[in-house]
Ligand binder design. Structure first.
Ligand code: SF4
Ligand code: SF4
Length: 119
């Protein structure tokens, strides 16, 4: 079944994001650096301050016209995803920080961990 998603290219079907613990010290940030060293892996902080690792990879069931090829059997998380609240339609869905490369993490450390013990 085709969704009425206008010009969107199926953004919600092109990634997997998992919540991770908020890094609190430099050792934790070493892990964040390691994550973002990998191609198509980002870390982001949402507007609620929750930290996520994100894998930019399309779902195997995303059709050529951005339709879901298993619509009637799609996973629960897909069924519960509301188009009205989705990434494309909702400005509030924005990300507070996005880390795509190691320098993004280093800049964040410089600006946010000034008073931490940097080793
Ligand atoms: S639900 Fe939203 S993010 Fe997903 S394809 Fe439709 S418009 Fe795009
Ligand atoms: S199962 Fe369907 S709705 Fe869910 S991510 Fe894949 S293509 Fe999108």
């Amino acid at each position: 079944m085709k969704r009425d998603c206008g010009n969107c290219d199926g953004k919600c079907c092109r990634y997997v994001a998992l919540e991770i613990d908020k890094p609190t010290d430099l050792e934790d940030f070493e892990n964040i650096k390691w994550y973002v060293c990998h191609e198509n892996v980002n870390v982001f902080v949402d507007i609620d301050g929750k930290w996520f690792i994100e894998f930019l990879t399309p779902c195997e069931f995303l059709g050529r016209n951005n339709e879901c090829n298993i619509y009637d059997k799609r996973p629960k998380i897909c069924r519960e995803y509301s188009q009205e609240d989705c990434l494309f339609h909702n400005d509030d869905y924005g990300e507070k920080y996005t880390f795509k490369i190691v320098k993004d993490v280093e800049d964040y450390i410089k600006n946010n961990l000034k008073n931490e013990n940097k080793s």
